[in-house]
Design a protein around this ligand. Structure first.
Ligand SMILES: [Zn+2]
Length: 130
């Protein structure tokens, strides 16, 4: 992986110790700022282990409730809620950048939705909160 300073884009850096196990810190030789592989990413500053993060993502993608995430992983309600928002936001942004080309085959795909994530419109039909 090519390492660049997230502030100035320089590729001139030195290793500046470990933040935690397996997390390398670098110092940019151009702007003198310190950064790591997670700087300026959605994972910046997160303290959960890789194992817990993988389970958290799997639960969020499967539309687990906040209560289930808290119970299964032992994280706080705020942590579960914030990460769910981050994951949805990332997926939403990714989806915006997808450009289809060539032959496109479309099929139905049903995703289970929690009833509490539904809102009722004036016609008394349920819609998913966007
Ligand atoms: Zn820099």
């Amino acid at each position: 992986m090519e390492i660049k300073c997230p502030t100035c884009g320089s590729e001139d850096y030195v290793k500046a110790g470990l933040i935690a196990k397996e997390k390398q810190r670098y110092k940019c030789l151009n702007c003198k700022r310190r950064f790591n592989d997670l700087s300026r990413t959605v994972f910046h500053g997160q303290k959960l282990s890789g194992r817990v993060m993988r389970k958290l993502f799997a639960l969020i993608i499967r539309d687990a409730t906040i209560e289930d995430i808290v119970e299964l992983l032992g994280v706080s309600i705020i942590t579960a809620y914030v990460w769910r928002i981050k994951v949805y936001k990332c997926l939403g942004n990714y989806q915006k950048s997808v450009v289809l080309s060539g032959n496109v085959w479309i099929d139905e795909f049903f995703i289970p939705v929690n009833r509490k994530d539904l809102i009722m419109n004036k016609e008394k039909n349920y819609k998913v909160l966007a």
